[in-house]
Design a protein. Structure first.
Length: 131
């Protein structure tokens, strides 16, 4: 287990130090997270769901790999190295956070290129729907 993953419950960590986090809100975020997991045969790397307020998915990427300009194009999507993000423990009571896809030795982070490709597709679809 990584030093930044809490043993019990959940812990706050500085994004940009151990990982970059991309936050995706609502149904589009759930859709992208599911597609990333499905594409990786459900071994995508760390994806965390927050069940407080508007449902959010946090996809954890290698430090320095989040590209905010891509993420800013869509509603409900944010990327960043800065800021504090909650990280759920691997087991036990972790409400309001839970793992949708675990960090493993083979997949320590989500593939940033895959994530941003899928995000572009969803954002482009949303833009077309608005027009």
């Amino acid at each position: 287990m990584s030093s930044w993953i809490s043993a019990p419950g959940h812990a706050l960590r500085l994004a940009g130090i151990h990982f970059d986090a991309v936050r995706m809100i609502g149904i589009p975020g759930e859709q992208v997270a599911y597609e990333v997991m499905q594409f990786a045969d459900f071994c995508a790397g760390p994806v965390i769901r927050s069940c407080v307020g508007v449902r959010s998915m946090y996809v954890l990427l290698p430090p320095g790999s989040a590209r905010a300009p891509v993420a800013r194009r869509g509603r409900g999507v944010g990327a960043g190295g800065g800021g504090v993000r909650g990280v759920a423990a691997m087991r036990g009571l972790t409400y309001p956070l839970d793992w949708r896809s675990l960090r493993t030795a083979q997949s320590p982070f989500v593939d940033a290129e895959l994530l941003f490709e899928l995000l572009r597709e969803v954002v482009d679809d949303e833009i077309r729907d608005v027009r």
